[in-house]
Every structure is written in structure tokens, then in C-alpha cells.
Design a binder for this molecule. Structure first.
Ligand code: PMP
Length: 457
């Protein structure tokens, strides 16, 4: 039972003493006051239970307060909280050895950080030092961080400030086969296809050719002939689980490397088994990046991040000294180490594949039933449901309507996320411990909320 600060007092403090941004995106008209979590469940201060299908933005990878991860943290907390990484201490080395075993050659050198922004900041610096070039390319609609440097990589106006941010960053067209001008069924790697017909013929994707053409145009117009890096998420997270045509990343990586750049996969949301078919999202694109950045799910909610790169890039970076007080903190390493074990022991990746595929297949049936569900996409438990005014125009469903449905879903006991450049996409990225029953519960709730919305309007 909750006996802490009153809801009214918390809201007062939030107004007076907290980052006001949190007020803007409180998301719900009636805020949710979370007190406790266990696995896929959250409880509010009134003892009401919610099924958490957002997991703190794909961060709680194996479940809130997972008993094994909690025990690992507890044990390390009693032994050693912190020491500088000038000294050699076991948790960091045990973790680096374990994490490296999950990555293909030559991705074997690990730098530990405390967040995703920090990991991407570091990756930008390393790419520039290694290549001797400055310009970096990312997709429109992406989110790669909120620090002044990474804000340049991020390409969603809601998260940009009117200052010079991330100099040398160019945002290119996102090859979105649903909202973009080209693409459609069978273009992307998802268990469900789009409602759009595409010009694909005999496995040759015309959409891909067009989008790669746009990237070539960016090379011809907006950046020098030699570039430092290309950043891309295997599936866009904040952008709304946006997927690219098959082979796009493969061709893009080739073009980037021809121009002296390194290829960076931002696995902050897609890593650690979330896409179901693979442990890393990039493996679903049949590419091997030069650098992989990760955070969120790496620590099941414990603050942590990492950059993994090749010995060659690490050697260029070793010309200077890189220091980070908390990067590789013993407690963070013990937690992250246990997260890797639990992903394997609990079969989290398989759950992602099975429950995620089931969810998308069933959601696609709702898409075919309702005019305002435009697209269902994703892989594993990285799912987007894009809402539209109608299927012909594909105009985004306006924010007011999105909020009504969102609020209704919450009132029925399920928490999901919102995203997309126009805030038009519901995002489903639960802890990877949900069950088929949870999926059925959500499907019933989602169906009901859309049905009531349609009846009201
Ligand atoms: N990359 C991606 C893909 C993300 O989704 C985020 C956070 N939403 C970040 C980087 C930044 O991570 P952090 O908030 O830990 O700095």
C-alpha cells in the first residue's frame, strides 16, 4: 500500500521544481502516478494495475524488478558501488567479455557510457577522428539523443532547439515505405505487409531504388565528397517503428563506405533480442556496422549505454584519452551482465518473436476492419500502429483524436506509447516477458477504444 507523498503535492512540485518539458509531454490528461512495477505490470499509487506495453520506451527489457536482475544489483551494491576504471575490477571485465560474445567480428572493443545520447556523442567523435572527415548523415524522423551534439542527428522538430546543434549533421529522406512516396507490400521485412501496392517485380524493389536515389542526391548536394559517418536505427523507434525497404541499409552502407564514412547502427531500442528474429536489429538487414551504439534495454532500466566498435577504430581513438567517471560502474555492469543471462534463460528473444508476430498479425486484422488504422508494422516487440484520417489520403490522425484513443486505452488498464513525426503512431514495445494472454487483453482493449472512437465521431 502506498503511503507516500500525495498526488496533488507531486503535481505541485512537478510544476515548480521539475523540468517543465515533463509537463508538456505528461501524455495523459489525467496523469498516471506510478508507484511500483513487477515484470510486465505497473501499479499506480491507488493500487490500480496497468499492463505496461511501453516499458519506459523499450527500456525495461526483461521485466520490471526482474528478481534475478534485482538480486545481481543487490549483491553488487553490498560489495562495491564504485571505483574509477583506472583500477581493474571484475564486473566490468566480466561484462565486456560477455557482451563482446554477442557481437560479430570485428565488433569487439567496448566503451561503456551512461545513456544513449552519450553513446552516440562518443560514436560521432570516434567516427570523425577515425575518418578525418566531419559530415554525418541520419534519417529524418530519427531520434538519436538530446545532447547538443546528438540533437543534430535527431531529426524530429519536437526535440530540436533553435540553436546551432550538432554541426555537420545532415538529415536525409527516411525510406518509409508507408508514408513516403514509394513502397508498399513486400518491400519491408515484417510479418505483416502494408496496404499499399508497390512496384516490386520479381524480387526487385523499385522503392528501394528510389530511396537510394534520394541518398545519392544527398551525397551530391549536401555533404562533401568524403563523409565521417552514417547513423541509422535498424527500425526507427521514436519515429514510429518505421521500416525501410529490404536491402536499403546494405546499399546505403556500401555508398557510405565508398565515401570514406563509417556505418553506425543505433541499437538503443532494437538491440537485445527485441526484434525477435535476431539479437541485434542490424542482423535483420544482413549488414555489419563499424560501430554499434546501445542503451535503454542494456540495463533493464538501469542507466547504462555502450559503443562497440572495431580494433581499428579504437586504435584511432586511442591517440587521445577518453575518460568517463561512471561508464562501466560496477553495479551497472553487474546488472547488465545479469540482463544478458536473463534474456537467454527466459527466452526473451523467442517471446519477442512469438508474441510480437501474433500481435502484429491480429492488429493487421483490426487495420483491415477500421478506416483509421493505416499501417501495422515492426518486428518482434518493436511495433508501430500508424493512425490515419483515412486510408486513401493517409493523412495523420490529428493529435486530439490520438489523445482520446490513447487515454481510453490507459483507462482500460494498458499503457502504450505515441510517436512518429506527427505523433500519429502508437508504439508498442513491452518488456520481453509478456504472454499471449496479455496480447489478447491488449487487442480487446485496442479494438474497444477504436470502436468507441468510431461511434463517437
Ligand atoms: N537513440 C535512440 C534510438 C533512442 O530512442 C534514444 C532515446 N529515446 C536515444 C538514442 C537517446 O538515449 P538517452 O535518452 O539514453 O540519451
Amino acid at each position: 500500500e502506498y503511503k507516500g507523498m500525495s498526488k496533488e503535492r507531486m503535481m505541485e512540485i512537478r510544476r515548480q521544481n521539475c523540468n517543465p518539458m515533463t509537463m508538456k509531454v505528461t501524455y495523459y490528461k489525467k496523469p498516471v502516478f506510478i508507484h511500483q512495477g513487477y515484470m510486465q505490470w505497473l501499479w499506480d499509487v491507488d493500487g490500480r494495475r496497468y499492463l505496461d506495453l511501453f516499458a519506459g520506451v523499450a527500456t525495461v527489457s526483461v521485466g520490471h524488478c526482474h528478481p534475478k536482475v534485482t538480486a545481481a544489483a543487490e549483491q553488487q551494491l553490498k560489495r562495491l558501488w564504485h571505483t574509477t576504471n583506472i583500477y581493474v575490477y571484475p564486473p566490468l571485465h566480466e561484462y565486456c567479455e560477455k557482451l563482446a560474445s554477442y557481437l560479430p567480428d570485428p565488433l569487439k572493443v567496448i566503451y561503456l557510457t551512461n545513456s544513449g545520447s552519450e553513446a552516440n556523442d562518443l560514436a560521432m567523435l570516434m567516427a570523425r577522428l577515425h575518418t578525418g572527415n566531419f559530415d554525418i548523415i541520419t534519417f529524418r524522423g530519427s531520434y538519436h539523443g538530446g545532447s547538443p551534439q546528438t540533437m543534430g542527428l535527431t531529426s524530429n522538430a519536437a526535440y530540436k532547439y533553435p540553436i546551432a546543434n550538432g554541426l555537420g549533421c545532415t538529415n536525409t529522406m527516411c525510406p518509409d515505405v508507408f508514408r513516403g512516396p514509394w513502397g508498399g507490400s513486400h518491400c519491408r521485412d515484417s510479418p505483416v505487409q502494408t496496404i499499399r501496392e508497390c512496384g516490386c517485380a520479381q524480387g526487385h524493389c523499385m522503392a528501394n531504388e528510389h530511396y537510394i536515389g534520394q541518398l545519392k542526391e544527398t551525397f551530391a548536394t549536401s555533404v562533401p565528397s568524403q563523409i565521417a559517418a552514417f547513423f541509422g536505427e535498424p527500425i526507427q523507434g521514436v519515429g514510429g517503428a518505421v521500416q525501410y525497404p529490404k536491402n536499403y541499409l546494405k546499399e546505403a552502407y556500401k555508398l557510405v563506405r565508398e565515401r570514406g564514412g563509417v556505418c553506425i547502427a543505433d541499437e538503443v531500442q532494437t538491440g537485445f533480442g527485441r526484434t525477435g528474429t535476431h539479437f541485434w536489429g542490424f542482423q535483420g538487414h544482413d549488414v555489419i556496422p563499424d560501430m554499434v551504439t546501445m542503451a535503454k534495454g542494456i540495463g533493464n532500466g538501469f542507466p547504462m549505454g555502450a559503443v562497440v566498435t572495431t580494433p581499428e577504430i579504437a586504435a584511432s581513438f586511442a591517440k587521445g584519452v577518453h575518460f568517463n567517471t561512471f561508464g562501466g560502474n560496477p553495479v551497472a555492469c553487474a546488472v547488465a551482465s545479469s540482463v544478458l543471462d536473463v534474456i537467454r534463460e527466459d527466452g526473451a528473444q523467442q517471446i519477442s518473436l512469438d508474441v510480437g508476430t501474433y500481435l502484429m498479425t491480429e492488429l493487421a486484422k483490426l487495420r483491415d476492419k477500421y478506416e483509421i488504422i493505416g499501417d501495422v508494422r515492426g518486428k518482434g516487440l518493436q511495433i508501430g500502429v500508424e493512425m490515419v484520417k483515412d486510408k486513401v489520403s493517409r493523412d495523420p490522425l490529428p493529435p486530439q483524436a490520438m489523445s482520446e484513443i490513447f487515454e481510453d486505452i490507459k483507462d482500460m488498464g494498458v499503457l502504450i506509447g505515441k510517436g512518429g513525426v506527427y505523433g500519429q503512431t502508437f508504439r508498442i514495445k513491452p518488456p520481453m516477458c509478456i504472454t499471449m494472454e496479455d496480447a489478447d487483453f491488449f487487442l480487446a482493449v485496442f479494438n474497444k477504444s477504436i470502436q468507441s472512437y468510431m461511434e463517437r465521431t
